[in-house]
Write a protein that binds this ligand. Structure first.
Ligand code: ASP
Length: 297
């Protein structure tokens, strides 16, 4: 049986639905996640992934993605890529066709063009409108925390997959809204945003990238599972450790999710609220998680 997870209520649904279609068409587990993330990247209304994502402080959309296959620990990633979709596919091509793990920025874009990707303007009218609001905001840092009134600022989609003891982890994001140009978060970093090892399981992260990166959150969750913890116990242990050691995790969402070898899944969040999509037997459901340090007011 295949189990797939994806993060956040709105973008996670787009991704899991597309992944289920790929599953029904008999595609590989890895390709199901790539197709799920590609669908979310292509969706113009999702604010933190692909087309229509909120830009950096210079008004440019910079995209990050990573994929790791637990069968042989192969991994591919791209970061700071402009005007190319889907970057998760690009990350998969880096994994499959080069001896490297990560390509960055303009050079990653050139690699995409050499591989047949067509450059696109990913800024929608709505993104331009929100960027203008950001520029005019008297307190620009406020726009960074609350990018819109009714949506959470995090829409990064991290997907995990399991099938008969095989695991894949993947993520795609535009990073934090209105970030400093060139800033890279945890999502495309193997060990921080994604990790998969068929000996143990897989894990992913979403939320405050700097904190999740410093925690090596995904690798740590997988290593906790290697020591015998379930997916849920491992996620809780990572977040507990972050809460103990990283004060910034007290006010920002830091989320870890995992799949273990015994058929379990889990997720945990430091502060705020989080929704996880779970697909099993070709149908999906969402599960809500509240922060260990409290939900959003
Ligand atoms: N983790 C992402 C980053 O820091 C953001 C997110 O998950 O929303 O780039």
């Amino acid at each position: 049986m295949r189990t797939m997870l994806s993060t956040w209520l709105r973008p996670g649904k787009v991704a899991i639905d597309a992944a289920i279609v790929a599953d029904q068409e008999g595609d590989s587990l890895e390709n199901c996640l790539v197709r799920g993330l590609s669908a979310a990247e292509d969706h113009p209304e999702l604010i933190a992934i692909g087309r229509g994502a909120l830009p950096n402080s210079d008004g440019e959309i910079e995209l990050d993605a990573a994929i790791m296959n637990g069968s042989d620990l192969s991994a591919g990633a791209v970061c700071g890529v402009r005007g190319i979709l889907p970057v998760i596919k690009l990350a998969q091509i880096v994994k499959d066709t080069t001896p490297y793990v990560m390509l960055a920025g303009e050079q990653a874009r050139r690699f995409a063009l050499a591989n047949g990707f067509v450059p696109e303007n990913l800024m929608t009218d709505e993104v331009n409108r929100r960027y203008q609001m950001y520029l005019e905001s008297p307190e620009r840092s406020k726009a960074y925390v609350h990018s819109t009134e009714d949506e959470p600022p995090h829409d990064t989609v991290t997907m995990l997959g399991r099938e008969d003891g095989h695991f894949v982890a993947a993520s795609s994001t535009s990073g934090l809204p209105f970030k400093l140009p060139g800033r890279i978060g945890d999502s495309p970093i193997v060990g921080a945003g994604v990790y998969a090892d068929d000996e143990v399981g897989c894990a992913g992260a979403t939320g405050m990238g700097e904190e999740l990166w410093k925690a090596c959150a995904s690798f740590r969750a997988v290593e906790f599972m290697r020591q015998g913890m379930s997916a849920q116990q491992a996620c809780d242990a990572v977040i507990d450790q972050m809460i103990r050691r990283q004060p910034a995790s007290h006010q920002r969402e830091c989320v870890v999710l995992a799949l273990d070898k015994n058929g379990g899944y889990g997720a945990s969040i430091s502060w705020g609220d989080f929704d996880l999509w779970i697909s099993e037997h070709g149908t999906s459901r969402s599960q809500h998680y509240s922060g260990k340090l409290g939900a959003k007011a």
